[in-house]
Structures are given as C-alpha cells and as structure tokens.
Design a protein around this ligand. Structure first.
Ligand code: AP5
Ligand code: MG
Length: 233
C-alpha cells in the first residue's frame, strides 16, 4: 500500500473531479472528500445545515466559507484522514477557503494539486447527461447508465439528475468558478504544487494521466508521512 497522500483535485464543473477522485481514492487508499457530496447528504437528510444549504446548492451559489470550513474541519479530524490523508474534490473553492485550509492542516502540507483542464464547451454536454446516485453519490451519465433501471450499481440507490444541473445553475457555477476558484490555480502554481492534466478523453485515459503524475511524484520521494499525534496543534 502506498503511503498516505494529501491531494487536491481542481477543475471546473464537469471536468471529471468526482469521477476521477473516486478512482484515485480506491487506487491510493485515501478517503475521497467531496464537499458537494457532503452537502447533498445534509440536504437529503434535512439536517439544519442541509435546510440552510439547499437554496445555495439549487441556484449553483457557493455556501458561505465559514460553513464549509467547519464541515471540512470536522471531516479532517476523523482517523482515516489523519492516518491516510485525503483526495479533496470541490474544496477549497475560494481564496478564503484555501487560507483556512492551510491553517487547519498545519503542521502538515498538501502533496499535490491536480488541475483537470477541459474546454468550457464540453461542460454543458457532460453535465446535462450526468446522473448521480441519490444515496452514495456514484456518478453515471445517460451514455454510461447503471446496469439496471437507474438503480445504483454500487448501493442500490435511485440514480437521478442533480437539481443544479440546469442550464441556469450551470452558468452561475461556471461564472463563480472563474471569479472565485480559478485564482487558486495561480496560488498553487506559485507554491510549486500544481500540475495541469488534460480532462479530455475517456475516463480511463484521464485516470492514466493523473496516476502517472502521482506515481512520478511518489517515486521522486514525495508523499509526506502522517503527522504524529504529538506534533499536532
Ligand atoms: P460539486 O458537487 O462540487 O459540483 P461542481 O463543482 O459543480 O462540479 P461537478 O460535480 O458538477 O463536476 P465534476 O468535475 O465533479 O464532474 P463529474 O465527475 O461529476 O458542488 C455542488 C455545489 O455544492 C456547489 O455549486 C456549491 O453550491 C456547493 N459547494 C460544494 N463545495 C463547496 C465549497 N467548497 N464552497 C462552497 N460551496 C460548495 O463528471 C460530470 C459528468 O461527465 C458525469 O456524467 C461523468 O460521467 C462525465 N464524465 C466525467 N469524466 C468524463 C470523461 N473523461 N469523458 C466523458 N464524460 C466524462
Ligand atoms: Mg463533482
């Protein structure tokens, strides 16, 4: 088993973050932390956070930074992330989230930020055909559906269209990506953590590109060991 890894996957809507992070999580045995999936679970369970978050999600707006940071802080505190690390999907999404995340992580640091790059014209086609499992978040599309009647192959849940995969919400999400999230690309490049990876091609082709980058990093002596408990803040 490879040592734990602390990975961020960046990329605009429909670039394949969820699809690829699921695979990376299995290959490198690290938890897949998707803030979008976590928020959708809260909405479905009608928790106080979910009731508050719903209108943001449906409109494609960003949830306030302090709410997302508190949710991620709680998740990072669990044993699996402490010992194995994580592959982050959809977080951080703003400069304030990236700043807050650096503080949360100290004294540990990120290993790599993988930036999935696809042309914007491709986004709409992918998102309107996307279908997801309501229960576990597994991702399908109308061209690659589950085996049986829109029933999830992984957990048996119902496979549906996401509420925010409407043309209007997609446009809003893409605008927010440009203004709020794209600045993180330069931030992580300046820290020498960023690698651009083309998200065009089949999921297998994209996955091979990603794992080649990660494996090369690992063979170059990368991957920080878990921070021992006595060194945690
Ligand atoms: P989130 O769930 O993170 O959605 P997103 O950022 O809009 O990204 P997507 O999930 O749409 O795209 P993806 O890159 O994961 O693509 P996927 O793999 O599914 O966030 C949703 C909402 O939650 C936000 O709008 C916001 O309200 C809130 N939120 C979440 N995080 C937040 C944060 N940090 N701060 C504030 N608010 C936050 O692929 C898409 C489709 O393409 C699928 O059908 C898939 O099968 C297909 N596909 C994937 N790869 C390929 C390929 N190589 N070839 C062909 N098809 C492919
Ligand atoms: Mg996603």
């Amino acid at each position: 088993m490879v040592p734990g890894a602390r990975l961020i996957v960046l990329g605009k809507q429909g670039s394949g973050k969820g699809t690829q992070c699921t695979r990376l999580s299995h290959r490198y045995v690290v938890p897949h932390i998707s803030t979008g999936d976590m928020l959708r679970v809260e909405v479905k369970s009608r928790t106080p956070l979910g009731l508050q978050a719903r209108r943001y999600l449906d409109a494609g707006d960003l949830i306030p930074d302090e709410i997302v940071l508190a949710m991620v802080a709680a998740r990072l505190d669990r044993d699996d992330t402490r010992t194995r690390g994580f592959v982050l999907d959809g977080f951080p999404r703003t400069v304030a989230q990236a700043d807050g995340f650096d503080e949360l992580l100290k004294p540990a640091v990120i290993d790599l930020v993988l930036n999935l790059v696809i042309p914007t014209e491709m986004v709409l086609a992918r998102l309107v055909s996307r279908r997801v499992c309501e229960d576990c978040g597994a991702i399908y599309s109308t061209s690659v559906p589950p085996k049986l009647n829109w029933t999830c192959d992984v957990c048996g849940g119902e496979v549906v269209q996401r509420e925010d995969d409407t043309e209007e919400a997609i446009k809003n999400r893409l605008d927010l990506y440009e203004t709020q999230t794209a600045p993180l690309v330069a931030r992580y490049a300046a820290l020498d953590k960023l690698v651009d990876v083309s998200g065009v091609g089949t999921p297998d082709e994209v996955n091979l590109r990603l794992t080649s980058v990660i494996d090369a990093y690992q063979h170059g002596g990368g991957f920080f060991p878990p921070v021992p408990p006595e060194e945690r803040p």
